[in-house]
Ligand binder design. Sequence first.
Ligand SMILES: NC(=O)c1ccc[n+]([C@@H]2O[C@H](COP(=O)([O-])OP(=O)(O)OC[C@H]3O[C@@H](n4cnc5c(N)ncnc54)[C@H](O)[C@@H]3O)[C@@H](O)[C@H]2O)c1
Length: 249
Amino acid sequence: MAKLDGHVAAITGAAGGIGQAIATRFAAEGAAVALLDLDLDGATKIADDLAKTGARAVATRIDVTDEHSVEAAFKDVASSIGAVDILVNSAAIADGAPIAEMQTDMWDRMFAINLRGTFLCCRAALPGMQEKGWGRIVNMASEVAMRGHPGLSHYAASKAGVIAMTKCLALEVAGDNIRANVVAPGPTDTSMLSEIDEETLANLISELMPIGRLGKPEEIAAAALYLASDDADFCIGTTLNINGGTYRQ
Ligand SMILES: NC(=O)c1ccc[n+]([C@@H]2O[C@H](COP(=O)([O-])OP(=O)(O)OC[C@H]3O[C@@H](n4cnc5c(N)ncnc54)[C@H](O)[C@@H]3O)[C@@H](O)[C@H]2O)c1
């Protein structure tokens, strides 16, 4: 039996590199998957490719900053493939500026997507999980939340918020047989890093990453799979660091 047979997984940011890898891995493990993203075309193409392999996969547009869009997306998923009992919050943005130069709307947008969006999606998924008496929530943070990095205060703070929020949520729902945990990836080879020039990226890898390379989205998906499965029943509000050695705890 595959690890996620009989489950319905919603992955936000599923048109992105890590979200796509998670949707693909979860589908291979038997889950019906809902690929939720602002980029509906991107999510639909991935869902169509997964469906060709025999997986149950649907794509739905979501803007995680908008509570109406979030509620509507979870209703759509429930009526097409069933109530979500596994949620992965992978939707996020990243950009950079030192605090002295950061515009207020840049700060607010980061929190609206990375933290508020994660909160709204967790809240929307909980009733179905509580009704079922089983649920898994995996929130994506970043090693930057623990390590810090110049120019990334808004991103790092939003991800530290995700970690803190998940600890509280995990305690609130542990008695409902729902597990909430975090994956904190290190620099991973996706479009999120595409605006960093090659020389800067090479320097970042040599200074920060003893492994000497970027992470692969599939390596992050393996961590998400662990936390989404019954194997992680004993994990409550933990953060799994998958980062090639940038940060060690
Ligand atoms: N790639 C890395 O180096 C890295 C490192 C640490 C943590 N992470 C985290 O991993 C997760 C996935 O990152 P990725 O590398 O796949 O990024 P990505 O940029 O490839 O994908 C992010 C996805 O989020 C979607 N998105 C953005 N705003 C949205 C909104 N308002 N509503 C719905 N969807 C929205 C985008 O359309 C995109 O498909 C993120 O939470 C990111 O912060 C990534």
